[in-house]
Design a protein around this ligand. Structure first.
Ligand code: DP6
Length: 381
């Protein structure tokens, strides 16, 4: 934390995004943001994608304020205020007099995503995780890891998972309702992820509204909660702990498909995937067929962008195939975040059956691995 003056202090942190492989979709309590089921996610590294937040407290400030991606946002937004008032409550109950004093001051937040939110990449998870983590650093509450997860949850459900690195489970029945790590990021170092940014012009219904509509209308969601997701969470946990890629991949794809089936079963229906997303699904299944094993898995959140998982040994080969089908810019600019070695994919493309109509349907792809939780980036932090 840097002390700008005795009456003003600020702190800057970054937080990662997370991708659910067992999805959260549906709340039992909309105000408290309590999910209907447990979910499991992977935290992605912050080499390319993260939210960066600076929080300042000062005796000079007369109101709380928030600037999001260079635009003044409403400081009295319910979720923002919920997070803020909960963290102030935690600070006010501290045994440290300085923390109690700080909890009485107004805060100014400046937050920026370094990835294009307009491209439909999830930003609320890293955004709220970063807000809560940064305020906790400022108020010296960083040892309260579990409470912080519950606080981030009040901003956006999936944000409670972004407080941790590695493989994370969010427990719907825990008291308080929080996420906890299943395994550290280093547990499965071979795992790789490609985030494919799909051209998207249509405006989708947001997750909050979409899941509330599903809870009210989808019988399939009811079925999932009663009969599917409990066992699937346990199986996924085992697959992760055993680093069983085939099982992990199968469960990931099945859970994404069930989530999007629920979206179609919602009335009126929710269309998050588009024809490019469907083409990506087909390519992954065909690719796994010609490789005679499950080498790649896909998952889709509430939008058309694909998140693809594979182990490192498959990365360059699959990436070149993927580029051949969907890319219209050179290999080196199509893959961002890390440099990949191009591989001659002529034989694979022939076996898969080329389809020139797909060219340019994916704008670019971000190469990631499983990464760490939020961190303070102040030089003195
Ligand atoms: C499809 O966390 O964005 O990404 O809690 O209403 O803010 P709210 O919803 P949000 O929903 C995320 C839904 C999802 C699946 C997931 O991340 O588990």
């Amino acid at each position: 934390m840097s002390a700008d003056s005795p009456r003003s202090q600020s702190c800057t942190c970054i937080a990662p995004i997370n991708i659910a492989v067992i999805k959260y979709w549906g709340k039992s309590d909309e105000d408290q943001i309590i999910p209907l089921n447990d979910s499991i996610s992977l935290t992605l590294d912050t080499d390319y994608m993260y939210t960066k937040t600076t929080a300042t407290i000062s005796t000079e400030l007369t109101k709380d304020s928030i600037i999001l991606n260079n635009e003044e946002a409403s400081g009295d937004g319910v979720r923002f205020q919920n997070c803020l008032s909960e963290i102030r409550k935690l600070a006010a109950s501290s045994k440290h007099a300085s923390t109690v004093e700080k909890s009485k001051l107004k805060v100014a937040i400046v937050s920026q995503n370094n990835f294009p939110t307009k491209a439909g990449l999830a930003s609320s998870a890293s955004g709220y995780a970063c807000l809560v983590f940064t305020l906790a650093q400022l108020f010296e509450l960083e040892s309260h890891k579990s409470e912080l997860s519950a606080l981030a949850r009040r901003g956006s459900g999936s944000a409670c998972r972004s407080l941790f690195g590695g493989f994370v489970q969010w427990f719907h029945e825990s008291q308080p309702c929080v996420a906890r790590p299943i395994a550290e990021a280093e547990h499965w170092p071979q795992l790789r992820c490609l985030v494919a940014v799909v051209s998207n012009t249509s405006k989708a219904v947001g997750s909050t509204e979409g899941m509330s509509r599903s809870v009210k209308t989808s019988k399939l969601l009811e079925y999932r909660i009663k009969h599917v997701v409990r066992d699937r969470v346990e199986e996924m946990k085992m697959a992760i702990l055993q680093k069983d890629f085939v099982k992990f991949a199968e469960l990931t794809m099945q859970d994404s498909n069930q989530f999007h089936a629920i979206c179609l079963d919602t009335y009126p229906p929710l269309f998050y995937m588009n024809s490019t997303s469907q083409a990506i699904i087909q390519l992954v299944h065909r690719y796994n067929e010609i490789r005679q094993n499950i080498k790649v898995a896909y998952t889709f959140d509430a939008g058309p962008n694909a998140v693809l998982f594979m182990e490192e040994a498959e990365l360059n080969r699959f990436a070149s195939v993927f580029h051949s089908f969907f890319g219209s810019i050179p290999h080196e600019s199509f893959f961002r975040g890390k440099v990949l070695d191009p591989v001659d994919s002529t034989k694979d493309v022939e076996a898969l059956g080329p389809d020139n109509a797909l060219k340019g349907q994916v704008q670019y792809t971000i190469v990631c691995h499983v990464g760490q939780g939020p961190k303070n980036i102040d030089p003195t932090g």
